[in-house]
Design a protein around this ligand. Structure first.
Ligand code: PMP
Length: 440
């Protein structure tokens, strides 16, 4: 019997033994191709000696020193490097230990900002129904995933949700992609007017949606319109790049491809690449200065903020992503992976949509391609695909759920950026074995 609490499946999971490159091995010696980096975490693959060496050196120097007494060389260098590459206007970094903490920090920073500038009534958050922002209570209240939220309602934060930008399901036949994007973006304005602009604090969105929709990118122009609306009503735009950031979509920050910058950005998974647990919240100088000139400090904190060893690992990761050219490689390899998926499954009778950006790709499965009718939820298609793929030696991340009354089965592919052509071939081959086994 396992005494570990979060063992949420009753099935006996294998015990991981070691990892090498793009493969994980269990204690029975079985080898698995990593096709999802856990959930978009392991962007460098497993056993990267440069990152391991940087962590070891920091452990030898000093593993931890509390940020109320010291700053540290790796945390300062990591902040400098992140800001040097961040979208225009983002100037200050706050380090945490993961994605939910980054989102939670963003919620509190937005709240404190409006308190500092004398607009205390602004506390309402608008987000999207197809979204996941984390499992702590503020992040959970912000996300739109009903299945996760409902057991814990009522949640502490005032939130409401607008439509996602989900072209495959929601664009009308006579509508261009651009017009569709403007229409759904304009829902933000309607919601702001309904709540009262003076009450709204922030709009939260993932540039490319991960955990609820299998790598769902926005259409062109969508985020530009969102940015305009936020500016018009004095609302902060918070982009959650916990999953889609750090090169995953082929640019270091996903929002670069949408031609906008947020007021606050959250990032995590790929920042530590699985070598260390670390996240970050990055904000504009305007927000930082309002707090510095007001209360003088951000009224928040965790024991492990700015953890030196986590920062040393992340600095080595970020150096590989930027100076080492791995973001560029993610863009190039992602194009090849996408082409291979289109080739193998584009005309498959049960594949409704293949989508995403860079090394962040999703497949949506449907019972009827023509009408886009989903599979019966009782069939648990995504779950069975994950299991069959795992048996075939491929790790991919399944997702299913009901959003706006529409059920969907998806799988997310988010492999390490170091994939070679042979790994793409192996992934497609193993996925095909799983699909042949599970789909009718
Ligand atoms: N935001 C997004 C977009 C995520 O995908 C996730 C995790 N899947 C989180 C926040 C929460 O991150 P964590 O699990 O590290 O708390």
């Amino acid at each position: 019997m396992s005494h570990i609490f979060p063992r949420h499946t009753k099935s006996n999971l294998p015990t991981v033994d070691h990892g090498k490159g793009v493969y994980l091995f269990d204690t029975e010696g079985k080898c698995y191709l990593d096709g999802s980096g856990g959930a978009a975490v392991s962007c460098l693959g497993h056993g990267d000696q440069d990152v391991i060496e940087a962590i070891k050196q920091q452990l030898d120097a000093v593993p931890f020193a509390h940020t109320s007494f010291f700053t540290s060389k790796p945390a300062e260098a990591l902040a400098d490097k992140l800001i040097a590459h961040a979208p225009e206007g983002l100037d200050r970094v706050y380090f945490v230990s993961g994605g939910s903490e980054a989102v939670e920090s963003a919620i509190k920073l937005a709240r404190q900002y409006f308190l500092e500038i004398g607009q205390p009534q602004r506390r309402h958050i608008i987000a999207r129904r197809q979204s996941y922002h984390g499992n702590t209570l503020g992040a959970l209240a912000t996300g739109g995933n009903l299945w996760r939220r409902e057991p814990f309602a009522p949640l502490m934060i005032d939130t409401s949700h607008i439509s996602p930008c989900y072209e495959y399901r929601d664009r009308k036949e006579d509508e261009s992609a651009f017009d569709y994007g403007q229409r759904v973006a304009n829902e933000l304005e309607d919601e702001i007017l309904r709540v009262g602009a003076e009450n709204v604090m922030a709009f939260f969105a993932e540039p490319v949606v991960g955990a609820t929709a299998g790598a769902l990118p926005p259409v062109e122009g969508y985020f530009k319109r969102i940015r305009e609306i936020c500016d018009q009503y004095g609302i902060l735009l918070v982009l959650d790049e916990v999953m889609c950031g750090m090169g995953r979509t082929g640019t270091l920050f996903a929002c670069e491809q949408d031609g906008i910058a947020p007021d606050i950005l959250t990032t995590a998974k790929g920042l530590g690449a699985g070598y260390q647990p670390i996240g970050a919240m990055i904000c504009t100088d305007t927000i930082y200065k309002a707090i510095e000139d007001g209360t003088g400090f951000f009224q928040h904190g965790h024991t492990y903020i700015g953890h030196p060893t986590a920062a040393a690992g992340a600095l080595a990761v970020l150096t590989k992503l930027t100076d080492g050219g791995l973001v560029k490689r993610a863009a190039e390899t992602g194009t090849k992976l996408r082409a291979a998926l289109d080739d193998a499954f584009g005309t498959h009778p049960y594949v409704g949509d293949i989508r995403g950006r860079g090394m962040f790709l999703g497949i949506e499965f449907v019972e009827d391609k023509e009408s886009k009718k989903p599979f019966d939820p009782a069939l648990a298609t995504a779950k069975h695909l994950k299991k069959a793929a795992f048996e075939a030696g491929l790790i991919c991340y399944p997702m299913s759920g009901t959003i706006d009354g529409k059920f969907g089965d998806h799988i997310l592919l988010a492999p390490p950026f170091i994939y070679e052509d042979a790994h793409i071939e192996e992934l497609v081959g193993k996925l095909k074995i799983a699909m042949d086994k599970v789909l009718p």
